[in-house]
Ligand binder design. Structure first.
Ligand code: ASP
Length: 300
């Protein structure tokens, strides 16, 4: 057993403080609490970190306020292409999917890949495989919301949130896991893949740290952001400094965004280059705490 109680930390994507964010604040809070509750239920039934991270992200994929699952950002042709990844630190098991157009819960498809011999599956083949293994499929239009359509056409008020969703978890056995799911960036060309499903860029977990990122994916890919944090941790750099240094590197490449991370001691870090990154944390023995414009320790 680990010396520290389980911890689940989530994010609902980076963004700006906008009127739309304020308008939807109560709904965001409720959705974040729902995601923490889903992960907590898993951990309280002695589920492991990967199951808890997956459950929290699946819950956020179900809420159209977030850029994942239904409500995803749209490609320039109005279609939705979704990506997701999961990684378990204890054995570096990893599963990821990119360019899904029909799978209702991309994070469940990523889990199927994690449980297979592959690490990354793309497009139609990944959807088909998810369908064969029983994951619900929907017409692409199911994922398209009025808000995202207006946003693509430049008619939406500034979006409440641009980002991806993610979760990192430390379980009672000391195992770390990370999960990330996204519709990418609004107006992206079809076929573009960001950092979220790329192991080591937007998602990573090993025995030192679990990381999930959100923001301009290209900058996170070019800096290998999530893996960079793991390497810094391995060389003895404290969690907060490691995450700040990786994000400083991202900023050099005009990247905006943020990330969440947890280490085996239960320490968490969530540095940010953007205005906000709504999120929440649950620690065994405590109540869940969520924030919209605040940060862990300074929830608002
Ligand atoms: N990082 C994601 C991507 O580049 C999107 C986001 O987090 O806003 O696809």
């Amino acid at each position: 057993m680990s010396a520290t109680p389980p911890v689940l930390l989530i994010h609902g994507g980076e963004g700006d403080v906008t009127d739309a964010l304020r308008e939807h604040e109560a709904a965001f809070r409720e959705a974040l609490l729902g995601a923490l509750a889903a992960g907590r239920r898993v951990l309280e039934k002695e589920g492991d970190a990967i199951d808890a991270a997956q459950a929290a992200v699946a819950e956020m994929e179900s809420c159209e306020l977030f850029n994942a699952g239904r409500g995803s950002a749209l490609c320039s042709d109005g279609s939705v292409q979704m990506s997701a990844a999961l990684m378990r630190g204890s054995d570096r098991a990893a599963g990821a999917v990119a360019g899904l157009t029909r799978t209702e819960h991309p994070i469940l498809a990523a889990r199927l890949v994690l449980d297979s011999d592959q690490v990354l599956m793309v497009g139609e083949w990944a959807d088909r495989r998810a369908a064969e293994l029983g994951i619900a499929q929907r017409d692409n239009l199911h994922f398209v919301t009025e808000h995202q359509l207006a946003r693509l056409r430049g008619r939406a008020a500034p979006e409440p949130m641009r980002g991806t969703v993610g979760a990192v978890c430390l379980d009672a056995d000391g195992v770390l896991a990370a999960a990330t799911s996204t519709g990418g960036r609004s107006g992206q060309p079809p076929g573009r893949v960001g950092d979220s499903p790329l192991i080591g860029a937007g998602t990573w977990a090993d025995e030192h740290v679990a990381v999930s990122c959100t923001g301009v994916g290209e900058a996170f890919i070019r800096t290998g952001a999530a893996h960079q944090i793991a390497m810094l941790r391995q060389s003895g750099v404290a969690l907060a400094e490691a995450t700040e240094r990786a994000l400083a590197d991202v900023s050099v490449f005009s990247g905006r965004g943020g990330l969440i991370a947890v280490d085996p001691s239960g320490a968490t870090s969530s540095p940010l280059l953007s205005e906000v990154m709504p999120g929440g944390v649950w620690r065994a023995g405590s109540e869940s705490v969520v924030w919209i414009t605040g940060r862990p320790g300074r929830p608002q």
